[in-house]
Write a protein that binds this ligand. Structure first.
Ligand SMILES: [Zn+2]
Ligand SMILES: [Zn+2]
Length: 62
């Protein structure tokens, strides 16, 4: 399988993006623009295995 994508422009991020220099999300876009670089990406995507914010309850009675 050939990798059909580019790595997120955010250094510590492991996500894949469709275009070179793009960000996987708003988190990386801001993090990369910030003066203080992140050691661990916190975009919350599975590729990074991190969560930007913990949700106390994630249930919906739908
Ligand atoms: Zn990431
Ligand atoms: Zn990213």
């Amino acid at each position: 399988m050939a990798e059909n994508g580019f790595k997120c422009a955010h250094r510590p991020c492991k996500c894949t993006v469709p275009s070179e220099g793009e960000f996987c999300g708003d988190h990386c876009s801001k993090a990369a623009g910030s003066q203080a670089p992140e050691t661990l990406c916190g975009c919350g995507h599975p590729a990074c295995g991190t969560s930007p914010q913990a949700r106390p309850e994630e249930q919906s009675d739908g």
